[in-house]
Design a protein around this ligand. Structure first.
Ligand code: SAM
Ligand code: DTB
Ligand code: SF4
Length: 312
């Protein structure tokens, strides 16, 4: 097998291995590039919440859905900086700012660039997720010192249209190309448990694998079901299938950080430990994701102590 670009059939064959073989192999791959007991920690802040014109079926922030949500305008710089200082003190290396936009208006982008500059000055890595970017916008963010741009492909090209109708898969790929060309590191992954098939999960990974360069960071989110959204009643992803997906991601992307992203609040310590064993080495640290609760600092401190993990 060509390790750089396995085919869809080869990716599916990885999934079909006996679970013990798959996880053992993923842990082996993990240890070749990463320290097995270190977890990268990022903290999220929603800098502009709700009122989004897109209709992503999973999201609380879309104007098309009826989720209960306090809509807030772009936060003032001081509020963002206070949250970043807190995140740093809690042990996060990276501060990720998310805005519920289809794409940023130039005026707002200037303000986000200010936030990036200020957070960098605290000595933290920076990440933003602002929707699609127009030509020149990625360069402006890079000039402000942005390290990462998060823009998820979410699912396979085939299933994408079942979940989102206000943009298409190619729009996502175009933004990822703009980010990469501006010299910003790419954070792109997906969501499991939206009713997609294993083939869709494998196609998502295949698409990420066929980008000109692998994303440096790959978030694997378990859907957080939100009342009032079209996916509120989706069947949760099976735990073993979730871990298989983490392991296959680790094997396909030996040098990328694989993030055990949304959904940890609902996961047992044992399931999270399995995810780390399968090669996940990054989490969101803190009490909140964007609009929903996260596992929380106390619980994570206990989990890290139990497992002998360190934030690094
Ligand atoms: N509006 C921007 C965009 O969509 O690119 C940035 C913010 S958006 C909330 C960032 C990502 O969060 C989405 O692409 C999706 O993968 C993830 N996400 C949103 N709602 C989620 C949910 N309920 N469960 C799991 N992941 C979710
Ligand atoms: C990612 O892959 N997951 C994060 C981050 N990138 C922006 C967002 C998770 C959101 C979970 C639902 C919410 O809190 O609204
Ligand atoms: Fe808007 Fe992003 Fe939510 Fe989609 S995921 S509705 S683009 S905030």
């Amino acid at each position: 097998m060509n390790p750089a670009r396995p085919s869809l059939a080869q990716i599916l064959a990885l999934y079909e291995q006996p679970f013990m073989d798959l996880v053992y192999r993923a842990q082996g791959v993990h240890r070749e590039s990463f320290s097995p007991n270190q977890i990268q920690c990022s903290t999220l802040l929603s800098i502009k919440t709700g009122g989004c014109p897109e209709d992503c079926g999973y999201c609380a922030q879309s104007v098309h859905h009826q989720a209960r949500l306090a809509v807030t305008p772009l936060l003032p710089l001081e509020e963002v900086l206070a949250a970043a200082r807190q995140a740093k003190a809690a042990g996060a290396q990276r501060f990720c700012m998310g805005a519920a936009w289809r794409s940023p208006h130039p005026k707002d982008l200037e303000r986000v660039a200010e936030m990036v500059r200020a957070v960098k000055e605290l000595g933290m890595e920076t990440c933003v997720t602002l929707g699609m970017l127009a030509p020149g916008q990625a360069e402006l963010l890079r000039a402000a010192g942005l390290d990462y741009y998060n823009h998820n492909l979410d699912t396979s090209p085939e299933f994408y249209g079942e979940v989102i109708h206000t943009r298409d898969f190619q729009d996502r790929l175009d933004t990822l190309a703009a980010v990469r060309n501006a010299g910003i590191k790419v954070c792109s992954g997906g969501i499991l448990g939206m009713g997609e098939s294993r083939r869709d999960r494998a196609r998502l990974l295949e698409t990420l694998l066929h980008l000109p360069e692998a994303p440096e960071s790959i978030p694997i989110n378990a859907l957080v079901p939100i009342a009032g959204t079209p996916l509120a009643q989706a069947e949760p992803i099976d735990d073993i299938e979730f871990i298989r997906t983490i392991a296959v991601t680790r094997i396909l992307f030996p040098h990328s950080y694989v993030r055990l992203a949304a959904g940890r609040e609902q996961m047992s310590d044992a399931l999270q430990a399995l995810a780390f064993l399968a090669g996940a080495n990054s989490i969101f640290l803190g009490d909140r994701l964007l609009t929903t609760a996260n596992a929380g600092l106390d619980r994570d401190a206990q989990l890290f102590a139990k497992l002998g993990l360190v934030s690094a």
